[in-house]
Design a protein around this ligand. Structure first.
Ligand SMILES: [Zn+2]
Ligand SMILES: [Zn+2]
Length: 348
């Protein structure tokens, strides 16, 4: 039997508790939650099920995943789920891939502020007719500056360092003035390989975590060793190996934790969250498409007393895998102090 590959979760389970003690008072609630989710992911703490083959009695125990967006183990599945859901929403019309770029002057201050517009946002369009890029650029410029001014008036922007003076209303207005006249770059084109290729790109781009498990090489008394890519170098020489002290590895991983409620992806217009399913159903109807049917993850019993089973057959004999026991997640009264040894069965 080969040893399971090293995972970020192993490092957190071995060193997380000590790291939290050493950094008490400097760890945000969001970071604590991410650590807890990764430590509990696919362990008995999150519940799971036991399934047995009807034919050969081969038995598997599978524990539930944490589904946290920062978990390296769940992020691949999350990206696939997101992609499948977006592909299911595609309509048989032309799509456009739009990229909005912020002038560098603003891109410099925005990370400290509270505005959600994120440089590269994706908008799709239904109609064969599309707004000329120049008009779109003007509209984007006007709306973005309007929102930025409103956020400033509502005191939702923070200025630091050599931008501190911009907290003043008049100074901020003077700062924005030249931006109203400069050209803002908006880029629009029909995706070369079709909308599915753009979605696949977006799924990869928006579902990345700080480090993926397959980049980990070793975790021992020297620290954590992992592979990284040096983008300044072309060719095979760009693949490098680095070792960091474990505490520093954990610290850097947690820097990438996004504040709760911050969305990397926003949907607009027909895709806006509130009415998305209604709008898409209506669009499908108008475009004479068959209604979309989603497949359940586990085969739902067609008869009430038929047993539930796994979607995949027995790896030994191909028989049906019947779920014979389900155990629920145990909610910790406090965050878990000790970790539970996991029998991991990779279902993803
Ligand atoms: Zn997870
Ligand atoms: Zn079997």
């Amino acid at each position: 039997m080969s040893r399971p590959a090293l995972e970020v979760a192993d490092i957190f389970r071995d060193h997380g508790a000590a790291w939290r003690r050493a950094n008490a008072g400097h760890v945000s609630l969001d970071q604590m939650k991410v650590m807890s989710a990764i430590e509990r992911c696919r362990t008995v703490a999150l519940g799971g099920h036991v399934a047995r083959c009807e034919g050969c009695a081969h038995t598997v125990i599978a524990y539930n995943s944490c589904r946290n967006r920062h978990c390296p183990k769940c992020q691949g599945a999350a990206a696939r789920d997101w992609l499948r859901a977006r592909e299911a929403e595609l309509l048989p019309v032309g799509y456009f891939h739009l990229v909005f770029t912020l002038p560098s002057l603003i891109a410099d201050i925005v990370p400290g502020g509270g505005i959600s517009a994120d440089g590269s946002r994706w908008v799709s369009c239904w109609s064969r007719f599309f707004l000329p890029v120049r008009v779109l650029s003007r509209l984007f410029r006007r709306l973005f500056l309007q929102m930025l001014s409103a956020a400033h008036a509502a005191d939702r922007l923070k200025f630091q360092g050599d931008r501190a003076g911009l907290a003043d209303q008049a100074a901020f207005a003077a700062f924005l003035a030249p931006l109203r006249k400069s050209e803002w770059v908006v880029y629009a084109k029909e995706p070369f390989a079709g909308p599915k290729a753009v979605l696949a790109y977006l799924a990869r781009y928006t579902h990345r975590v700080a480090i993926s498990n397959r980049r980990l090489v070793a975790a021992n008394e020297k620290g954590v060793t992992f592979k990284w890519k040096d983008y300044r170098i072309e060719g095979p020489g760009r693949y490098k190996i680095m070792t960091l002290p474990t505490r520093e590895f954990i610290r850097r991983f947690l820097i990438h934790v996004l504040p709760n409620g911050l969305h990397r992806i926003r949907h607009y217009g027909l895709f806006a969250n509130g009415n998305r399913s209604t709008n898409i159903a209506r669009a499908r109807q108008l475009l004479a498409m068959p209604p979309h049917v989603t497949e359940p993850e586990t085969d739902a019993p067609s008869e009430p007393n038929q047993p539930r089973m796994l979607p995949t057959p027995c790896p030994c004999c191909g028989g049906r895998m019947i779920i014979i026991e389900v155990f629920v997640r145990c909610e910790p009264k406090h965050r878990p102090k000790t970790t539970v040894p996991a029998i991991r069965i990779d279902t993803s």
